[in-house]
Structure formats: structure tokens, C-alpha cells
Write a protein that binds this ligand. Sequence first.
Ligand SMILES: [Zn+2]
Ligand SMILES: [Zn+2]
Length: 283
Amino acid sequence: MLIRVLGCSGAIAAGCRTTAFLLDDDVLIDAGTGVGDLSLDELARIDHVLVSHSHLDHVLAIGLLADSVIRPREAAGRPPVQVHALAPTIEALRAHIFNGVIWPDFTRLPSAAHPVLELVPIEHGQRLQLGARTVEVLCASHTVPACGFAVEGGAGWWVYTGDTGPNAQLWQRLRDMRVAHLVIETAFGDDEVELARISRHLCPMTLARELAALSGPLNAAVDVHITHIKPGELDAVMSEIARQPTPHRVRALTVGRVMELGAAAAGQAAQAPYDGIGRLATG
Ligand SMILES: [Zn+2]
Ligand SMILES: [Zn+2]
């Protein structure tokens, strides 16, 4: 399994794209502006979109993707792209994006019988089986209902926090999971600690407390990747983080980074045959 970073910035500027990760070639995790770098063929191979929350920087490419892939997916006889999100996030997408004003309702286009998008509700704690891949929906604490995602790999879980402030429930859960990679947000610098608090994001000083909570018998020293830093703030935020003592290996996430997760557990692969197209072999 491979995860490719398409976008990991808190906003846009040249070279900065908002949150999107591609798991193998058919599962998109968040749909920020980074999705726009995929070719039409790559876009058409996406069968699942996992959405952490309703904020624009994470959802704006869903509708644009739908528009791009209608014809190629129809020609290939592909089913609707499944968009997995919490029920309140689905309500928000219906009310505020796919409402016929901001964007057409692609859950009824090109036809209500065979739409290009299908919105599928998920819940915190749920385990999704996407082909051979197991993904757990994690808790997040943000200004709107939100979640993170954990993808099970051979050497441990790839964990993405989504947008979140301090999140005790997450650390409680991760105590029982071996974390191979933690992708965690730090949206603000310490000079904006109050803004971080009210917008339920992290800044370096609150990140330090979160990473202390990650440490445990299973997670003594984890590869930690900082995401969602605003354009222009990267050096300042990373130098504030570097001043904090931590047992973990902390670095800034970069676009184009590919993380190898190793093979999924064999038992799970046997239970759920893969249903995607043109995918890399599990490994
Ligand atoms: Zn957000
Ligand atoms: Zn965000």
C-alpha cells in the first residue's frame, strides 16, 4: 500500500495545495486543491473519497472531480464514486455545495439511476473495508463535526488526524494501535494560540501536549508528519516545534511524498476481494 501526498497546506499559494492524500490509486482521503494535480486517468480511477469534515479546503475538489470523471467512468462502466463522510458532513455537502446553486447535484447526474457520486454515511469508530484495505474512522475535535482516518499497514497504522484541536479521545484510541506514521495538523504558530483555540486547531505548544499523549508502549518513537501549516508560516512553525523535546521523529509533510505502508493483513485481504480498477498489487 502506498499513500501519496497531493496536498498538505492550510491554504493556497503557488506550490501550496490544500489537504488530499491518495491511497494506492483508488482511494482519496480528503479532496483539497491537491487533487487538481492528478491526470484525468488518475481521477477516473478514484472509487472512494473519505472526507474528514465539511470545510472547503477539504471538500472543494469533490464536485470538480465528479464533473471531470462523468464521461470516462460512464464509458468504462464504473459505479458511482462513493463519498464517505459523517452524516452531518453529508448534510452540509447536500445543502451548501450540491444544491444547484454553488454546484449541480452530482448525486443525481448524469441520471438519478446512475449518478457519478454516492454519499455514504460513516461513524466514529467504524471500520471500512475498501478492497484489502482497512480504514478506521477516528474522533476529531473541530468547529464542525469532524473525523480522522487510520489506514492499517503491515508495520502499523497510518494515522491522519484531520483538522482538530486537543483530542483526548484520539490518544486513548491510539494507545492500542501501533502507529507507523502520524499525520497531524498544526495550523497556527504559537503567536496565534488564541485563534488556534477558538478555531479548534493546534499550534506548536498544544501539539507538544498531544504528542506527549501519543507516547506509550506501542508508540515510543513515531514518524510524525506536520500538515496544514499556512503558506508562509512553515519555517516559523517548524522552528517552534523543533524547540520542544519529544521522543518522536517530527518533520514537515511535503507534497509529492509517498509513504509505503506495507501489506495489509492477509486474513482481511482474503475476506474482501478488491473491487477497484488498475490498482497496484497490495504491498
Ligand atoms: Zn477545518
Ligand atoms: Zn482545513
